[in-house]
Design a protein around this ligand. Structure first.
Ligand SMILES: [Zn+2]
Length: 122
């Protein structure tokens, strides 16, 4: 009986050892770790630029005629410009954001640890 109980305990420990990194990583991916929404702005910028490239390929491949291409390109260029400005603003606000630790050291935005004393920033 104790052998069965020991086996169950070992199996549970092995399963938690395998699953723990997956759960911890998923929790770590929630939210934007950098202040100012940099990740969201970067994602919008990349999608906008990829969309422009995609319609270029579609036109070359014959999937889009010139009229549709011009219409789509004008709209996507407008969206890409907005996304680029948002990303630039997000980077700027994240860079300007400073964290003053209790030790008195002023750390740049996005820092996880204090550069003055090495402690985790909260
Ligand atoms: Zn400190």
């Amino acid at each position: 009986m104790t052998l069965v109980a020991a086996s169950i305990v070992v199996a549970a420990l092995a399963a938690s050892w395998v699953i723990a990194p997956i759960v911890v990583r998923r929790l770590a991916l929630l939210g934007d770790p950098i202040p100012g929404g940099v990740l969201d702005a970067e994602a919008r910028k990349r999608v906008a630029l990829a969309s422009l490239k995609e319609i270029e390929y579609d036109r070359i491949g014959g999937k889009l005629d010139d009229a549709d291409y011009q219409t789509l390109r004008a709209r996507l260029e407008h969206e890409a410009l907005i996304a680029l400005r948002l990303a630039e603003g997000a980077h700027r606000s994240a860079d300007q954001f400073e964290i003053t630790h209790s030790c008195g050291f002023v750390n740049p935005g996005g820092s996880r640890f204090c550069s003055g004393c090495g402690k985790r920033l909260g």
